[in-house]
Design a protein around this ligand. Structure first.
Ligand code: GLU
Length: 255
């Protein structure tokens, strides 16, 4: 199965911005095993800015563009160094692709991206994609990696997009404040009622929230691709997802 997996900053790093070593090691192990089982995987990884904040000891996510972009330049390098090191332990080859929104709007650049991706997958590599944060200012940026994950899934004709987050999925109410909140396991259509369930943004170093995830789901739904929101704190859930078990919230693509 061809699957795009998106990992958020809150899954990869502690609140300090330092790497969550146990988490990333487990994630790499599970993904390596799924590749060994024959699946084609693409990783959309956040964490460049978060890790840059940690490495530069900035303390908090910067609000000005040059510092954000400097942090991304430092953090992206560190992120790929770690992925390369960990995936190499399982004999998998990683490839880095950095995109901006503009790249994907331009027909010939988009075609180049699609051709390169299909060749990378034929070669058995694991493409790791992030926004090119060092040059993406607001006007040209995709903006968040939930959306980037959906764009990539549509562009490469993936069968499934998995968004690994710090929450189990979409709830009927905010589970942090409402004890009666219930996890919704299946969404057949993104109705206004479903949209009303998307609260505010995620906090801390992360960019997305439920709102960006529902926007991503609208995109995959229209392209006939299923999307799952699952808890990235438990990377073994990826095994259950690939075994077809019910995990998190599944948004059904229109077929
Ligand atoms: N590209 C950003 C980073 O690597 C993350 C964007 C997002 O998580 O939505 O820090």
């Amino acid at each position: 199965m061809k699957v795009v997996i998106k990992i958020g900053t809150s899954t990869l790093t502690h609140a300090t911005g330092q790497l969550n070593i146990r988490r990333i090691e487990l994630l790499v192990k599970v993904m390596s095993d799924l590749k060994n089982a024959g699946h084609s995987l693409v990783l959309v990884s956040s964490g460049a800015i978060g890790m840059g904040v940690g490495k530069l000891s900035l303390g908090a996510r910067p609000s000005d563009m040059p510092t954000k972009q400097a942090a991304a330049a430092v953090g992206q390098c560190e992120l790929m160094y770690i992925y390369d090191k960990l995936f190499s332990d399982y004999h998998h080859v990683v490839a880095q692709i950095l995109l901006t929104g503009d790249d994907l709007k331009d027909d010939s650049r988009r075609r180049n991206f699609e051709n390169t991706m299909s060749r990378l997958l034929e070669l058995g590599t694991l493409p790791i994609i992030n926004e090119n944060d060092t040059i993406a200012t607001e006007e040209i940026a995709v903006g968040d990696n939930d959306r980037l994950g959906a764009i990539v899934a549509c562009a490469i004709g993936a069968e499934l997009l998995i968004l690994l987050s710090d929450i189990d999925g979409l709830y009927t109410a905010d589970p942090h404040t409402d004890p009666s909140a219930r996890l919704i396991s299946r969404v057949e259509a993104i109705t206004p009622e479903i949209q009303a369930l998307a609260g505010g943004k995620g906090s801390g170093l992360a960019v997305g929230g439920m709102g960006t995830k529902l926007k991503a789901a609208q995109m995959t739904e229209a392209h006939g691709i299923d999307m799952i929101i699952a808890n990235g704190q438990k990377p073994e859930l990826l095994y259950d997802i690939m075994d077809g078990k019910d995990v998190g919230t599944r948004f059904i693509g229109k077929r």
